[in-house]
Design a binder for this molecule. Structure first.
Ligand code: NAP
Length: 353
C-alpha cells in the first residue's frame, strides 16, 4: 500500500483513546493525524496534557501533536471515536455527514437500526446496512460503524460458533469486569479495593440487547434480533484490565463437550481469511487448564485481540458452561474499532470525500 490513510482519534486522552494511539503506532494502513479531547486538553500538546496510562511509552510521533477541540475542522478521512456516551451520537453523525468514516466505541449509536454493530468474525454481512444508512441520511462517503460493549464482544465471539453449530435457546452470563472499563480515573479506589461492586449502570441491558443484534440477521433496512433469551449480571472487580465472564447455555441441539470445544477452537472468520493486520490467527483460544483463563495471565493473548475460553464443561441446570476472558480496551474497544476499519478498507467502503 502507498500512502497511509490519516485518522483522527476522538477522546484521545482517555483509556480507550490512549489504546488507539498505542495500537495505531506503526499500523501498515492507518496513521494518527489528529487527536481530539475536551476543552480541558485542547490547544495543548498531547504529551503534556495526556496522563498516559499504557505500559508502552507514548509514541514520540504524537507527543508534540496539538490536541484539537470537538468543534475544530478535521482533515482525516477516518475517525475513531472514544467519546463519552451521550456526547457521541450528535458529533459522530455530524462528522459522517461531512463524509468522514466514523468507527465508534460509544454506546449511543450501537442499537440505532441503520448502524451496523459489527464484530468482523461474527457478522460482517451486517455491513450491508451501510447502503441504507447512506441513503436514509443523504451521506455519500460518510458512514458510522459501531463496535459492541467490551463485555459483549468477548461473550459473542464465544457464542457465535456454538450458535452456528448447535443453536442457543437460553444464556446466562455473569461478568467480573476490570476497573479500566470505567475509564480513567473511573471507580474510586476506596470503592474497589478489597471489594466487588455488584452493579454497573446500563451494562446488563447493553449485553442483553447488543448480543441479539450481533447474532441477528439482516432484514432489509434493519437487523432482526436473534431469538435467544439472555440474562446478564455485571460486577466490577479490583482487576486493572481484562473482563472475565461466567457463561451457561441451553442449546437447541444436544452437543458433547468435546464438540463444543472443537467448535470454539476451529472458529475463524472473514478477518482471518483476508489476513487483516489486526486479525488474531485464532479469535478464540481454549485453555485446557482447570484454573484458566485469568485476567493477569490471559488478557494479552494474541496481543489482546483473542478471547480466551476455559473450563468448558457440562452444566447441571443448562447444557454447557464455561468462562471467557478478554482485554476490555484492546479487543473490547480500540482494537475492535481498528479491525472494523481494516475490514471496511479491504471491502472497499473507505473512500475519501
Ligand atoms: P475516559 O477514560 O473517561 O475518556 C474520555 C475521553 O473523552 C477523554 O479523552 C476526554 O477528554 C474526552 N471527553 C470528555 N468530555 C468531552 C467533551 N465534552 N468534548 C470532547 N472530548 C471529551 O473514557 P473511556 O473509558 O476511554 O471510554 C470512552 C468511550 O468508550 C465511552 O463511550 C465508553 O463507554 C466506551 N468504551 C470504553 C471501554 C473501556 O474498557 N474503557 C470499552 C468499550 C467502550 P479530556 O481528557 O480532555 O477530558
Amino acid at each position: 500500500m502507498g500512502q497511509k490513510i490519516n485518522v483522527a482519534v476522538l477522546g484521545a486522552t482517555g483509556s480507550v483513546g490512549q489504546r488507539f494511539v498505542q495500537l495505531l503506532e506503526g499500523h501498515p494502513w492507518f496513521k494518527v493525524n489528529e487527536l481530539v479531547a475536551s476543552d480541558r486538553s485542547s490547544g495543548q500538546c498531547y504529551g503534556e496534557v495526556c496522563d498516559w496510562r499504557v505500559s508502552d511509552a507514548m509514541p514520540s510521533s504524537t507527543r508534540e501533536t496539538r490536541v484539537k477541540a470537538l468543534g475544530d475542522r478535521l482533515e482525516s478521512q477516518i475517525v475513531f471515536s472514544s467519546l463519552p456516551g451521550g456526547l457521541a451520537s450528535t458529533v459522530e453523525a455530524e462528522l459522517a455527514a461531512q463524509g468522514k468514516q466514523v468507527f465508534t466505541n460509544a454506546s449511543d449509536n450501537r442499537m440505532v437500526p441503520d448502524v451496523p454493530l459489527v464484530i468482523p468474525e461474527v457478522n460482517p454481512d451486517h455491513l450491508g446496512l451501510i447502503e441504507s444508512q447512506r441513503r436514509n441520511r443523504g451521506w455519500s462517503d460518510g458512514l458510522i460503524v459501531a463496535n459492541p460493549n467490551c463485555s459483549t464482544i468477548h461473550l459473542v465471539l464465544a457464542l457465535k460458533p456454538i450458535w452456528e453449530e448447535f443453536g442457543i435457546e437460553q444464556a446466562m452470563v455473569t461478568t467480573l469486569q476490570a476497573a479500566s472499563g470505567a475509564g480513567y480515573p473511573g471507580v474510586p479506589s476506596l470503592d474497589l479495593i478489597d471489594n466487588v461492586v455488584p452493579y454497573i449502570g446500563g451494562e446488563e441491558e447493553k449485553i442483553e440487547h447488543e448480543t441479539l443484534k450481533l447474532l441477528g440477521t439482516v432484514a432489509g433496512e434493519h437487523i432482526a434480533s436473534a431469538a435467544i433469551t439472555l440474562s446478564a449480571q455485571c460486577t466490577r472487580v479490583p482487576v486493572r484490565d481484562g473482563h472475565l465472564e461466567s457463561v451457561s447455555l441451553r442449546l437447541r441441539k444436544k452437543a458433547a463437550i468435546p464438540q463444543v470445544v472443537e467448535a470454539l477452537e476451529s472458529f475463524t472468520g472473514r478477518p482471518q481469511a483476508l489476513g487483516l493486520p489486526f486479525a488474531p490467527e485464532r479469535p478464540i483460544i481454549v485453555r485446557p487448564e482447570l484454573d484458566r483463563p485469568q485476567p493477569s495471565l490471559d488478557r494479552n493473548a494474541a496481543n489482546g485481540m483473542a478471547s480466551v475460553v476455559g473450563r468448558v464443561r457440562e452444566c447441571s441446570i443448562f447444557d454447557v458452561k464455561f468462562m471467557v476472558l478478554g482485554h476490555n480496551t484492546i479487543r473490547g474497544a480500540a482494537g475492535a474499532s481498528i479491525l472494523n476499519a481494516e475490514l471496511l478498507h479491504q471491502e472497499g467502503y473507505l473512500t475519501a470525500s
